[in-house]
Design a protein around this ligand. Structure first.
Ligand code: NDP
Length: 310
């Protein structure tokens, strides 16, 4: 009997992924059937993205795993109808894209690029930018994406501190962890990058108290998830000058409403959830590898710990 793989994602992605998954599953030597529609009790694997609309996994009686195309799994991790392994996306194309986006936005702040990009006033006032050495950047989240961004910034000589749930040892990065480490991580951060998952433990991690721990005028870059930030607290901190500028890629409600105060705020840059995305060529290989592993009885890669939500 063929391995039945159901593709449940935005319909426009099917024509992109169908040939890539077909190639990968063929190369894996599998007898398979890949489709966007299948009787639920026939499905072995679901290739999943939240905008595929699939919510109830109870009828999927022979399901072996759900394989997410997204790195962030907050929309499915708490789904109680899902009782089989859930794997998230770890894709080096996605990681490279995020590293480039984070480094670009850190450099914007570090070099004060806006001054010359937005003001061409005819005044010749040389004020060369500083070196990265000694510029304190703090990355909240040292997972696949956070660690890669931290390493890239450290390679440019930024003074990088990272913060995670568990202890880490990454050469060239000051690693802090747990609730006790957060205050220390934030207290010297001139630029803060959020690359945490959206879980009950990380919601509003930047709030009135933690924003007050930052040095005055610190800049925030959030490509993680909207709920990581208490929006009212951030707006108040921007208005008081406690936070100098924020670049926000993700929001509690997306698309961000046209009348949301972030759009109009002079010290906020909104980007429309484009920091990085799963790259089909590399991501399809990850999906196929996990299906191959499942069929060979091997442990799946990139499993989500459902109790932690990431
Ligand atoms: P990982 O799961 O690899 O890393 C998550 C990191 O967050 C880990 O270092 C983890 O700590 C840390 N963490 C989790 N919970 C806590 C906590 N309570 N306290 C402190 N640290 C915590 O995720 P990725 O790096 O792959 O992705 C991070 C997020 O980036 C995704 O969840 C998603 O929301 C977002 N994303 C955004 C995109 C965009 O375009 N804007 C694109 C892709 C992803 P530990 O290492 O100890 O487990």
């Amino acid at each position: 009997m063929p391995v039945n793989v159901l593709f449940s994602a935005r319909p426009a992605l099917w024509s992109i992924y169908e040939p890539l998954l077909t190639k990968g599953l063929t190369e894996a030597g599998l007898d398979f059937r890949l489709s966007t529609e299948c009787e639920p009790d026939q499905v072995d694997y679901v290739v999943y993205a939240p905008n595929g609309g699939l919510l109830d996994f109870i009828p999927f009686t022979r399901l072996k795993a759900v394989l997410s195309l997204w790195a962030g799994v907050e929309k499915i991790a708490g789904n109680e109808t899902l009782t089989v392994p859930l794997a998230r996306m770890v894709d080096h194309g996605l990681t490279q894209g995020m590293t480039e986006w984070v480094v670009g936005h850190v450099l914007r702040y570090h070099l004060g690029m806006d001054r010359h990009i937005t003001v061409q006033d005819g005044i010749w006032a040389p004020d060369p930018p500083p070196l990265a050495t000694g510029r304190q950047v703090c990355i909240l989240g040292l997972g696949e994406l956070g660690e890669a961004a931290a390493r890239a910034l450290a390679a440019l000589n930024f003074d990088v501190t990272g913060w995670s749930r568990t202890a880490k040892d990454i050469p060239g990065i000051t690693c802090l962890h747990g609730p006790d480490g957060l205050g220390t991580a934030l207290s010297q951060a001139e630029i803060v990058v959020l690359l945490l998952p959206d879980t009950p433990a990380t919601e509003n991690i930047l709030n009135v108290e933690t924003l007050a721990m930052l040095p005055k005028g610190a800049c925030i870059i959030n490509p993680g998830r909207g709920p990581l930030i208490d929006d009212d607290a951030l707006l108040a901190a921007l208005n008081s000058g406690q936070v100098g500028h924020a670049t926000l890629d993700v929001f509690r409600v997306e698309p961000l409403a046209a009348d949301h105060p972030y759009w109009a705020h002079p010290n906020v840059t909104v980007t429309p959830h484009i920091a990085s995305e799963t790259r089909p060529e590399t991501a399809a290989q990850v999906i196929c590898e996990n299906i191959r592993r499942g069929e060979e009885g091997k442990p799946f890669l990139h499993l989500v710990d459902r109790s932690l939500g990431y």
